[in-house]
Design a protein around this ligand. Structure first.
Ligand code: GH3
Ligand code: MG
Length: 456
């Protein structure tokens, strides 16, 4: 992962030192020597993260941070305040100014890279999300309830700590932010049920009976918890443990003795990251579904059907000679539209799609092929069984009139269905569709409300 890091400090040596460290890890480094210059660089270069010294002549770090937050062009860029070790109150002031994280001088390599990576990961996620959202908007896709800042309300954290007093203290620190459950892993394992409901795991790496790193690694490799962030509590100076934790995929760490402001800040940042990632996955799923399905009926669209059929018909599929396809068309649908209006017509289509779904198997694929034309693809199905399904569907349409909101009387609807099977001679999607269409034509010609088949 590489990123553009802006280092802001009025002392040349400090700038040079951070620049050298970050460059050696292949970060792209920009520099500024005072607040005004920093704001200019941010405006022009849009860095991925800003490392901001607090004490600077003129505009101090807090003021720079506030201005970064106030400007919509830069409000989303993570800011790490670089504070003097003996100034814990700077952290509170930094948080209030909108900083995301802190580093203390002299800046050590491990915390520097861990913090920068963690925040850059969060920013990239948010950038991706914003890009997808704008792509969605360009396509007229409405993701309305899934845009804007994420909420971290109602978050739950599981704290794994066997030292009761520490657990209580952490619970108090985080009480306003997140519901904290505690597992003391007395049995040597995590016994808390439903781990997937947690937004964050906070794990002590100084447990008496259990190796905390082993727990981290277990949570990382379990499907249900692999996306959940992990914040570990490490002993001061135990760099080795911290490096191993980061390698396992732990998302952040905090050193003892635990500073309450730092804990709150890191917890907040992890929760936001978790919620953004979850939203990104939901939005992706939603846009994939929208790209594949038809809005009126919820069935797959023609585009999806084509690729599915092409897969089925590929020479690699040795079952391709036993695929049956139903082509269906509502009878005199134009009259329904003309009599009850287009919206009622849509309701009929929707209800028809439901009846299709109720009459086919989970492995069959139903798609809307065109206006009032539908297709069902049945893998490994002979003509006899396909006919049985089609007949059952035809009857379920003809025998139960459709209840439509635009009409007091239920509407009588019928459907004509044509069936074709691939067999030895018809092993392409086009041939199969043409044959089913021919069968459908026969059903229409034969008086409608009928099922016709084409022999292999
Ligand atoms: P046939 O029995 O020969 O199939 O007669 P038909 O009236 O069903 O066929 P025709 O092709 O003449 O008319 C199809 C109608 O379907 C015309 C079109 O306006 C309507 N239609 C197509 N797509 C939609 C849609 O999404 N919603 C609604 N309400 N109507 C649609
Ligand atoms: Mg029709």
């Amino acid at each position: 992962m590489t990123a553009r890091v802006l280092v802001v400090d009025d002392v040349v040596q400090n700038v040079k030192l951070l620049e050298a460290k970050l460059s050696s890890e292949y970060f792209d480094v920009l520099t500024a020597m005072n607040g005004e210059e920093a704001l200019e660089v941010i405006d022009k270069e849009q860095p991925d993260i800003v490392l901001l010294d607090v004490m600077m002549p003129g505009m101090d770090g807090f003021e720079v941070c506030r201005r970064i937050r106030e400007n919509p062009k830069s409000a989303h860029i993570p800011v790490v305040m670089v504070t003097a070790l003996d100034q814990p109150k700077d952290r509170v002031a930094g948080l209030e100014a909108g900083a995301d994280d802190f580093l203390t001088k002299p800046v050590q390599d491990t915390p520097l890279f861990a913090r920068v990576r963690s925040l850059v990961r969060l920013k990239m996620l948010m950038d991706e999300l914003r890009m997808r959202e704008s792509t969605g908007e360009n396509f007229g896709v409405n993701l309305s309830n899934e845009t804007g800042p994420v909420s971290i309300a109602n978050a739950k954290a599981l704290l794994i700590e066997d030292y009761g007093r520490v657990a209580d203290r952490i619970g108090r620190y985080l009480g306003d932010l997140v519901q904290v459950d505690v597992d003391d892993v007395e049995s040597g394992e995590i016994t808390t049920p439903n781990l997937e409901k947690y937004d964050l795991f906070i794990i002590s790496l100084s447990l008496k009976n259990v190796d905390g790193l082993r727990l981290c690694s277990l949570l990382r490799s379990t499907e249900k918890t692999r996306h959940t962030p992990i914040l570990v509590l490490v002993d001061e100076g135990d760099d080795n443990q911290m490096v191993r934790a980061m390698e396992i995929g732990v998302t952040d760490y905090i050193t003892r003795p635990i500073d309450s402001n730092e804990l709150v800040a890191r917890t907040k940042s992890q929760l936001r990251q978790k919620r953004y990632a979850a939203r990104l996955r939901r939005n992706m799923k939603k846009s994939m579904e929208m790209a594949m399905t038809d809005a009126v009926t919820g069935l797959y669209n023609r585009h999806f059907l084509s690729s599915h059929l092409d897969n089925l018909m590929s020479p690699d599929n040795d079952k391709r000679s036993n695929v049956s396809l139903l082509m269906m068309d509502l009878d005199h649908f134009k009259i329904i539209n003309d009599t009850y209006g287009h919206a009622s017509g849509d309701e009929v289509l929707h209800e028809f799609a439901k009846r299709i779904s109720n009459n086919i198997r989970g492995i069959d694929l139903a798609a809307r092929f065109g206006g009032e034309e539908f297709v069902v693809v049945m893998n490994e199905t002979d003509l006899e069984f396909a006919y049985f399904v089609a007949e059952r569907l035809r009857r379920s349409v003809a025998e139960v009139p459709f209840e439509i909101s635009g009409s007091e009387e239920p509407i009588n609807v019928t459907v004509s269905i044509g069936i074709a099977r691939t067999g030895e001679s018809r092993q392409s999607s086009t041939k199969l569709l043409v044959a089913a269409d021919e069968a459908l034509y026969q059903a229409k010609n034969g008086g409608r409300n009928k099922v016709c088949t084409i022999e292999d």
